[in-house]
Design a protein. Structure first.
Length: 218
């Protein structure tokens, strides 16, 4: 574990690297998403505790190898970055472990976070997937992947494996039922659970309005 000054320098260099790496992302996984996840994780940590350095570094790096962004290379970009900076090897391993516990992998797949740090980063990432921002990001991702907005004949599926979840090409609206509406009850920390309640209700209101307009009722 390095000094506070060393840790601040590592965070600063990682922030600049990530900001540049995601500068042109249009899928909803841009730098601003990562920065929100970082800030939300630190906000939750102020209530729940945890190692702030590990939490901040994991939040900054959590999407670097995300399969949804076509980053499923055999060589981990996260591991490569951590090997390039003067970080304690044990810290690097913990950061990688936290990141590996963050992603949602399907409705029927358990994605349990073990440490308080992993719980906090997972919660922060999931909070950014719901509410007004979550709705905007969902449609940004759907457009990026050239998915239909909605097709009443294609029903949502609660995927029982990560492979099923990864292969889906369902319309964007289905994603609310396959993931987003499930997240409120999968928050780990009390702080995140309280924030998730309002964001969840906002999505429910949005969907009610969406289907009213889709069916020309309003």
């Amino acid at each position: 574990m390095g000094s506070n000054i060393q840790q601040k320098e590592l965070v600063f260099s990682t922030e600049n690297f990530i900001k540049q790496h995601f500068a042109t992302d249009s899928s909803g996984h841009d730098w601003f998403h990562i920065d929100r996840v970082r800030n939300m994780a630190l906000k939750i940590a102020a209530v729940e505790g945890g190692n702030l350095f590990l939490i901040e570094m994991a939040a900054l790096l959590h999407d670097l190898d995300d399969w949804k962004l076509g980053n499923g290379d055999d060589v981990s970009k996260t591991k490569h970055w951590l090997s390039q900076i003067a970080i304690d090897q044990e810290d690097a391993k913990v950061i990688e472990d936290i990141i590996n516990q963050v992603s949602f992998k399907g409705a029927g797949v358990e994605t349990k976070a073990e440490s308080v740090e992993a719980k906090i980063v997972q919660d922060a990432d999931r909070l950014d997937a719901i509410g007004a921002i979550g709705i905007a990001r969902t449609f940004a991702y759907g457009g990026n992947k050239q998915r239909l907005l909605h097709d009443p004949d294609i029903k949502p599926q609660l995927h029982n494996s990560f492979e099923e979840y990864k292969k889906t090409t369902a319309p964007t609206i289905n994603h609310f039922y396959e993931k987003l509406l499930l997240l409120k009850d999968r928050m780990n920390t009390k702080a995140a659970q309280e924030i998730a309640e309002e964001r969840h209700r906002f999505m429910e209101d949005f969907l009610e309005q969406f289907f009213s307009e889709w069916n020309c009722k309003k």
